[in-house]
Design a protein around this ligand. Sequence first.
Ligand code: FMN
Length: 139
Amino acid sequence: MKNILITYRSKTGITKKYAEEIDRYLTGKGLKTAVISIEDFDSNLFKNVEAVLFGCWTNGLMIFLQFPEKMWVKFAKSLPEMKEKKVGVFTTYMLATGSMFKKMKKHLEGKISGCQIELKSKKGELSDADKILLDSFIK
Ligand SMILES: Cc1cc2nc3c(=O)[nH]c(=O)nc-3n(C[C@H](O)[C@H](O)[C@H](O)COP(=O)(O)O)c2cc1C
């Protein structure tokens, strides 16, 4: 794999930080990446990328009923089909991600052929476990 697109929705900056940490790690592995907020997203960015990572902060009632922010859902709805691409999701949270990944994947249903990786962080830092998951994702 050579080219990866990392998209994120961040309200207070933690998911942005996580996206940038992921980006730094993948760049260090020799991959060509682009990291972009969904507000600045342009579908031309999909061209020539073999994989896409979708990030959004965890919204909900802290310990239950988690879901992606409306803005991210609207973004997911607007996406073209990308069944040939590898896809992963990531989130940042405070207490529990609960149904967050399930909901994110539900909104991507029909556009992707599957979700290969799920990453989560409380502070937007990339853990060693995250690095192992990313290593297998980019193989
Ligand atoms: C309205 C609101 C709802 C939230 N709901 C949850 C939740 O259900 N579970 C959780 O673990 N964190 C929850 N959080 C915390 C955020 O997910 C967390 O602070 C996240 O890292 C923020 O990302 P950002 O800085 O990219 O916006 C909530 C925060 C807000 C503002």
